[in-house]
Design a protein around this ligand. Structure first.
Ligand code: ZN
Length: 258
């Protein structure tokens, strides 16, 4: 995620405007919520930043869900995603030398989530930009553009990511959209994975377009080892996909409405 820093400057003004707009709503309607400081057996550390939002809007069970693989359109640029602890610190070879290790895993998780989601009866699809290096974030072929189109039609879009290792990352969790319409899917993701603040890094490119960012976990330690190990790889991908699909199912079934 460190690559999205370049967005910070551009959207600071918008974020401050939104912050002042959301302020009264935030404090009156939403209870103070803190992410639990915990270590998940599979995913490692969770985000521990203070956050205040609650996803309360109910959604229809047939809500069209679009899954994106983070950095699928931005290889070779500053936004390629994390190389992971194994490559950066332990001298391991990249999983695929043409793309970041983060994208390698993002793609596999995206596809596993859609396959399992369809089997469970969800209205779920993925988007594949097809080109790994699109310079303009507003090009109609980018993840962001495809996600924004999907959201304009009333759907829900989220992008799979792995966070940076060590001090460079925060841990697993959902980064919500910069929106007043956070819903029970957002809430379910926050409960299952962790809760990032609404204005994380001043509002990232995806969330400013309504796209949620799901940080599966930091690409380090046990999680990364389990993915890299050929014997445990499929089991690990399946376990992550199951977590995500179960969170979606719980969110779609929730009647929560504050
Ligand atoms: Zn990322």
């Amino acid at each position: 995620m460190q690559s999205e820093f370049q967005d910070f400057r551009n959207c600071l003004t918008l974020s401050l405007l939104l912050a002042s707009w959301l302020g009264p709503f935030d404090s009156y309607a939403l209870s103070e919520t803190y992410s639990r400081a915990s270590k998940d057996n599979l995913l490692g550390s969770r985000v521990e930043l203070k956050s205040k939002w609650v996803g309360a809007n109910p959604v229809p069970k047939s809500l069209p869900i679009l899954v994106l693989a983070g950095h699928a359109d931005s290889q070779g640029l500053a936004g390629a995603g994390t190389a992971g602890e194994a490559v950066d610190l332990q001298g391991e070879k990249p999983m695929d030398k043409t793309i970041s290790d983060e994208l390698f895993w993002n793609l596999r998780i995206r596809d596993a989530v859609v396959e399992l989601g369809k089997a469970k009866g969800l209205n779920i699809t993925s988007y594949e930009p097809g080109i790994r290096n699109i310079v303009d974030g507003n090009d109609p072929r980018t993840n962001w553009s495809a996600g924004a189109r999907h959201i304009r039609k009333g759907g829900y879009a989220f992008e799979i990511h792995f966070d940076s290792y060590g001090q460079y990352g925060y841990g697993s969790g959902i980064i919500p959209a910069l929106s007043l319409d956070l819903n029970t899917l957002d809430e379910s993701f926050a409960k299952s994975f962790g809760r990032y603040p609404l204005f994380f890094r001043g509002g990232l490119g995806g969330p400013r377009r309504g796209i949620r960012i799901l940080e599966v976990g930091k690409l380090e330690g046990y999680l990364e080892e389990s993915l890299r190990d050929k014997i445990s790889r499929k089991k690990t991908i399946d376990a992550i996909a199951r977590r995500i699909v179960n969170a979606l199912i719980d969110g779609l079934q929730s009647k929560q409405n504050y």
